[in-house]
Structures are given as C-alpha cells and as structure tokens.
Design a protein around this ligand. Structure first.
Ligand code: B12
Length: 215
C-alpha cells in the first residue's frame, strides 16, 4: 500500500471515530516500514485538530470528541513504541506531565516518546499532575528539565505555578522549565519565566537538548 493511501486511512479513521480502522491503518504503516513519527504527525495529528475545530464550532459534541481521541490513541499505542529509543542515561532526566485539572495526554505522550528517542531519561508523571508533584519528582530523580503540558486556557496557569514555586523555593536555577500544549505560546513562556515553549514534539526535543546542557 502506498504511503499516501496509509496517511489518508489514518486521517479518515480519526475523522470517522473508527478505532478498528485506526488500528488497521497503523498496522499498514508498520508493514510498509513508514517512519512512525510521520504516520503520527501527518496521518493522525491533522485529523484530531480538525476534530477540535469542529468541537469548538459545536458541529460535534463531547462523545464524538472522545471517540476520535480513542481512535487516535489506538493507533498511537502501536506507533509510538516503534519510535527508536536513544541510549538511556546518555542525557539529562526529564520529568514531564500534564498539569493539574487537565487530562489531555496525546501530545505529551508524543513528546515523551520523542525525548526517549533523543536519549533522554524520561519520567512521565501522566495527567492531572499537581505542581508540587512535578517539583518533588524532579528533585527525587535529579532531573535537569521539567516539561509541563497544558491544553486548556483554564489550566495553563499551572505552568506559571511551577515556575513561581521554583522561584520561591530558590530552586529555579536547578531546572529548565519547558511548556507546551495547544494554548501555550512563546510569549506566554516568556511572560511566566519558563525557559521555552515547544509547538511540536521535535521542537520540544531541540529545547530539551539546548537547556539540559550542563545539568
Ligand atoms: C483529544 C481532545 C480531548 C480528549 C483527550 C484525550 C486524551 N486522552 O488526551 C478528551 C475527549 C478526553 C478531551 C476532553 C476535554 N476537552 Co479536549 N480536546 C482534544 C483535542 C481535539 C485534541 C488535543 C490533542 O490531542 N491534540 C494533538 C496533539 C498532538 O497536540 P498537542 O497536545 O498540542 O501537543 C503537541 C504540541 O502542543 C507539543 N506539546 C504538547 N505538550 C507539550 C509539553 C512540552 C513540555 C513541550 C515542550 C511541548 C508539548 O507537542 C505535541 C506534539 O506535536 C483538542 C483540540 C486541539 N486542537 O488541541 C481539544 C481541546 C483541547 N479540548 C477542549 C475542551 C474544552 C475539553 C473539555 C473541557 C470538554 C468537556 N466539555 O468536557 C474536556 C477537558 C477534560 C479535562 N479536564 O482535561 C478545548 C480547550 C479549550 C481551551 N482553550 O480551553 C479544545 C481546544 C477543543 C476546542 N477547540 O474547544 N479533549
């Protein structure tokens, strides 16, 4: 099967809330030895963004949003483990999670996989992670980088809380703080005093490389 057809099938499966279709398209991508990151970023991501736009315009509702996310997650479960892992321990430890009150994990999981592929030791704290847990786990694991994902305007404030907490405990210089997720911007990162904002998983890895040097 051609790459073009596989990408179309991946796109279609999310748009049509078709988990079985997503699994068979992901299997076809694997059989065709397609770059798993390409399958994710060119096949699945554009469709989940279309779904988000439709949800915002109230053309679809929460049940459809959930079904589309399920289809995407079914394909990701097969594709993300195939992103090759870099040699572990070669680089800094990154503690990453989705902030408190926020359960969006798809983007954070892609970033985690790519950081691992880039040779980072990744501690993924999951979703709905309290500010103090990010910091306690960063300390416990001697991390150099804290990554905080937030997808909603109501939850990005927790990214600021992480920076503020580190400042008030005089630990700010110990960790690079990277932020990301839908509503975050470079301006926001600057405003809250974070070290950087990654708009894509590839950018997230570049930032982790830049800011983990010497940590
Ligand atoms: C899928 C989805 C869901 C799924 C999530 C499933 C899951 N397990 O993750 C479900 C159905 C559960 C869901 C629920 C809700 N959702 Co929702 N959801 C989405 C949707 C469609 C896609 C998100 C996504 O996965 N994008 C794809 C990934 C690849 O992109 P990404 O997350 O941005 O990540 C990339 C970059 O940002 C970056 N990145 C991400 N994290 C990090 C971290 C670091 C450190 C770095 C450097 C980079 C980085 O790299 C990633 C890879 O390229 C978005 C729409 C959208 N366009 O974002 C709405 C959206 C985020 N959801 C929204 C809403 C409102 C909700 C609900 C409140 C709905 C409701 N009424 O209940 C709930 C919230 C529940 C909660 N408490 O969190 C709104 C938020 C509006 C806002 N601005 O506040 C959005 C924007 C939809 C909309 N347009 O209205 N949602």
């Amino acid at each position: 099967m051609s790459e073009e057809k596989i990408l179309k099938d991946l796109q279609k499966s999310v748009l049509e809330y078709d988990s079985a279709g997503a699994v068979s398209a992901a299997k076809a991508a694997i059989a065709a030895k397609m770059d798993p990151l390409k399958a994710v970023e060119k096949g699945l991501v554009p469709s989940i963004e279309t779904i988000g736009d439709k949800f915002e315009k109230m053309e679809i509702y929460l049940p459809e949003l959930m079904l589309a996310a399920d289809a995407m997650k079914s394909a990701l479960a097969l594709l993300l483990p195939l992103i090759p892992k870099g040699s572990k321990g070669a680089k800094a430890t990154v503690v990453i999670g989705t902030v408190q009150g926020d359960v969006h994990e798809i983007g954070k999981n892609i970033v985690s996989s790519l950081l691992m592929a880039g040779g980072f030791n990744v501690i993924d704290l999951g979703v709905d992670v309290k500010t103090t847990v990010f910091i306690d786990e960063a300390k416990r694991n001697s991390a150099g980088v804290i990554g905080a994902s937030a997808l909603m305007s109501s939850t990005i404030g927790s990214q600021k809380d992480i920076v503020d907490f580190l400042v008030s405990s005089r630990d700010r210089k110990k960790y690079a703080v990277l932020v990301g997720g839908g509503p975050t911007t470079k301006e926001w990162a600057k405003e809250i005093g974070a070290d950087g904002c990654g708009m894509t998983a590839v950018e997230a890895v570049a930032l982790a490389n830049k800011f983990s040097k010497g940590r």
